[in-house]
Design a protein around this ligand. Structure first.
Ligand code: SAM
Ligand code: SF4
Length: 329
């Protein structure tokens, strides 16, 4: 007997984000803690068949969309096997990746029928890319975006904006949507453990739209149910832009998301303190489903019960959470 996964506020949870690893081939400073970061040993990560079993359980209980993320999902050697197994489930499959290994796995990626792929790219300048990510992969990422567009896979760019870092490139990113059928998604900078977040660095939804409107005519598009992005058309452009306004205009009321960390813990919110260990239960032969329902029933009403609605009042050091790389963004 299956039962939809519903929290105490009546929100139906049908979207699962699965982190495949907390390892990564980049070192984006806003995502990884600065101090030496110890990646989780392979045996403590969900193995390919465990991911398949847990994903199937979620799908049998109403999940209709799965996003693979990380860390960098494509650094796992068995990523093609995992992608293939999940593509056989009756579910919409998506992925967020830094794009570096797309070329290595293109046939499997094309075969899996991803409904869209999000590539994270915070700058269009090669030197700045190296400064942000501490690695020199700009050209490869750019070529791989081209590969995806060539294969007509819907491609979205995730751009985390930070004042004084890359906010001078907003219009360059908008220009891309004139040339390519891309959706460029500007993301407000969020606080996580070890990322030295400060409210002064956050470029807000309104500031982003103001800057774009000085040059372009933008028109709000209809927001799909549960969508975290506020989408806009740019007059005359083939692509579009969107803003993810977690800090200034959160979307918790309509939230349908659950997160499974690479070590098999269920997080009912990106900002929640609590985690529920599904992997140990699975390995011990216990019934996992009641744990899922329990976790989602205890989901706080908004922002993990931790962040204040006015982002200027947030004390980043007082938050209890993992770093973004180990949650799975
Ligand atoms: N490695 C993959 C990638 O970079 O796309 C997937 C994991 S990454 C954690 C997922 C997304 O989270 C990326 O788009 C990244 O830019 C975003 N992200 C990481 N730290 C963030 C932060 N502090 N605030 C906002 N977005 C963040
Ligand atoms: Fe790696 Fe993605 Fe985090 Fe950058 S944002 S360090 S690519 S997980």
């Amino acid at each position: 007997m299956t039962e939809r996964i519903i929290d105490n506020f009546g929100r139906v949870h049908n979207y699962l984000r699965i982190s495949l690893t907390d390892n990564c081939n980049l070192r984006c400073f806003y995502c990884m803690p600065e101090e030496e970061y110890a990646f989780t040993p392979h045996t403590k990560l969900m193995q390919a068949d465990e991911i398949r079993q847990l994903a199937k359980l979620f799908v049998n209980n109403g999940v209709t969309k799965i996003r693979l993320t990380g860390g960098e999902p494509l650094v796992r050697k068995d990523a093609p096997e995992i992608i293939h197994a999940l593509s056989e489930l009756p579910v919409e499959l998506t992925m967020t990746t830094n794009g570096i290994r797309i070329d290595d796995m293109l046939p499997q990626i094309v075969d899996a029928g991803f409904s869209s792929i999000n590539i994270s790219l915070d700058t269009l300048q090669k030197d700045r890319f190296a400064q942000i990510t501490r690695r020199d992969y700009f050209d490869r990422v750019w070529r791989n975006i081209d590969l995806l567009l060539d294969r007509q896979i819907q491609t979205k760019l995730n751009v985390v904006l930070m004042k004084g870092l890359n906010d001078d490139e907003i219009l360059d990113f908008v220009k891309l949507t004139n040339l390519y059928p891309l959706e460029v998604r500007f993301i407000e900078f969020m606080p996580f453990e070890g990322n030295h977040w400060s409210s002064n660095q956050v470029l807000t939804l309104n500031e982003i739209l103001d800057r774009i409107s000085e040059v372009y005519t933008i028109e709000p598009l209809e927001q799909r149910p549960h969508d975290t992005t506020k989408p806009f058309a740019i007059h005359g452009h083939i692509g579009k832009i969107a803003v993810i306004s977690t800090m200034t205009m959160p979307f918790c009321e309509d939230c349908n998301r659950m997160r499974l960390t690479a070590d098999g813990k269920l997080k009912n919110c990106l900002f929640s303190k609590e985690e529920t260990d599904l992997l140990s239960a699975l390995r011990n032969g216990e019934d996992v489903l009641p744990l899922i329902h329990q976790s989602i029933r205890s989901k706080p009403k908004s922002l993990g019960g931790q962040l204040t609605e006015n982002f200027k009042d947030i004390e980043a050091d007082s938050l209890t959470n993992r770093s973004m790389i180990s949650i799975g963004g």
